[in-house]
Design a protein around this ligand. Structure first.
Ligand SMILES: *Cc1c(COP(=O)(O)O)cnc(C)c1O
Length: 415
């Protein structure tokens, strides 16, 4: 559920008319709804009430400082995958103990910063990374709480590009190798066993895969317990799907219930790392129709947002809902909605029925996650403006880039 709804044929973001916001702030424009974000965070909190837990928002889905600050105020911790993301959450005053660090390629510099800031847990993804971490801790004389990201070899039943828990993926450590590495951690003077982690994929629309992964983690948990190695948390990663079109993913409550049922009375904290489920439906991308271009094979609706602003359709062939910001009574026409970028893959949606004219605004729903976070300057386009709506109040949380911003780090050499 979100707070982007029609009233009298006008799309609203909470209490504000989207077309008026588009006029005021220009397009392409990302609009986020604070009430939706709060609601999603509360849904995860309620799903985990009664069990020790930590909700670590996956920063990579959308790393705008205002959204991070809002999540922090609601009690969230953070899952980061780079030094930049770590610096972002430190910048907004996140408690480092509530931050965890994931990713297969953490550099020594990144690990050092994490250790020096007193990070809550490092999710280690290979034995080589574990050795590097152990050396660094000894050099810096700093302890590290560690979880191993286990690759449970479970099919997340999602798009291959966002499936991460299969043996053939680069992520995590095979379950059969993890036990020996936990013994290695337990014997290290600086490393401390903290958790067992996994993250098997994204946009999962059923409970089966996460239930199966949880069982595999619990088998390992049991073996470690027998060996006297105590784990304080089980981290099931992110991955809960959202409704872009006709998907019917479980609610956070149902999803977490599948995990909690299996964990039972074991004395562990549950960590979860939602990204998409937290922010996707809390954001829309608004764009203005520039031209309608009928051709002998199809009709194109050319808008002022493209793959540089929102790459998911071009990158994963993702279906995202495109709606009119002002509904007209005219008959709908079938369009491929495309951007201005010089690539044939530059589209937002294919075969969409819309009643639009040049100058009208359209909105892509579900654009809050992996939208702005993946935006680029391709074709020397400026990164879009982002605003946060809170009831009838609006905050600019990122100004549109200026043209000077585009070349500020370059040197023309003036030949
Ligand atoms: C991307 C990622 C997430 C978030 O995934 P969503 O599908 O957006 O919930 C969580 N944890 C890790 C390690 C990730 O790489």
């Amino acid at each position: 559920m979100d707070y982007f709804n029609y009233k009298d044929n006008e799309l609203y973001a909470e209490d504000l008319k989207v077309s008026a916001l588009a006029q005021k702030f220009g397009t392409p424009l990302y609009i986020y709804s604070k009430a939706t974000l709060v609601r999603h965070m509360q849904a995860f909190e309620q799903a985990l009430a009664g069990k020790k837990h930590l909700i670590c928002y996956a920063v990579k889905a959308n790393s705008n400082l205002a959204l991070l600050s809002l999540m922090r105020s609601l009690g969230a911790g953070f899952d980061v995958v780079s030094e930049g993301e770590l610096r972002r959450v430190l910048k907004i005053g996140a408690d480092p103990k509530k931050v965890i660090f994931s990713g297969v390629g953490k550099t020594r510099a990144e690990l050092s910063l994490a250790l020096q800031s007193g990070i809550g847990c490092i999710n280690v993804e290979s034995s080589a990374e574990l050795e590097t971490l152990s050396q660094l801790c000894a050099e810096l004389k700093l302890p590290a709480r560690v979880a191993l990201r286990v690759n449970p070899d479970v099919d997340a039943k999602t798009h291959p590009s966002i499936s991460t828990g299969l043996k053939s993926n680069k992520f995590g450590i095979a379950a059969e190798d993890a036990f020996a590495l936990y013994q290695r951690i337990a014997a290290d003077p600086y490393l401390k066993v903290s958790g067992i982690d996994c993250h098997i994929g994204s946009q999962m629309t059923s409970n089966g895969p996460i239930a199966e992964a949880t069982e595999k983690l619990l088998t390992l948990y049991g073996k470690l317990e027998e060996a006297g190695i105590l784990v304080d948390h089980i981290d099931i990663g992110g991955g809960l799907g959202v409704t872009y079109g006709d998907e019917t993913p479980p609610s956070p409550y149902e999803y977490m219930a599948a995990v909690l049922k299996r964990v039972g009375k074991r004395d562990v904290s549950i960590y979860v790392e939602p990204g998409r489920a937290m922010v996707a439906n809390a954001g829309i991308l608004v764009s203005q129709v520039q031209y309608l271009k009928p051709t002998s094979s199809k009709n194109f609706c050319i808008v002022d947002a493209g793959m540089s602003d929102l790459i998911r359709p071009a990158l994963y062939n993702s279906w995202m809902n495109i709606i009119e910001c002002t509904r007209h009574d005219e008959p709908k026409v079938l369009y491929d909605v495309v951007g201005p970028i010089c690539e044939s893959d530059d589209f937002l949606g294919k075969e969409r029925k819309l009643a639009v004219q040049p100058g009208d605004f359209i909105a892509v729903r579900g654009a809050g996650a992996y939208g702005m976070a993946m935006a680029s300057n391709y074709n020397a386009r400026r990164l879009p403006c982002e605003i946060l709506v809170d009831g009838s109040t609006v905050h600019v949380i990122r100004k549109r880039q200026s043209f000077e911003d585009l070349w500020q780090h370059e040197d023309a050499l003036q030949f």
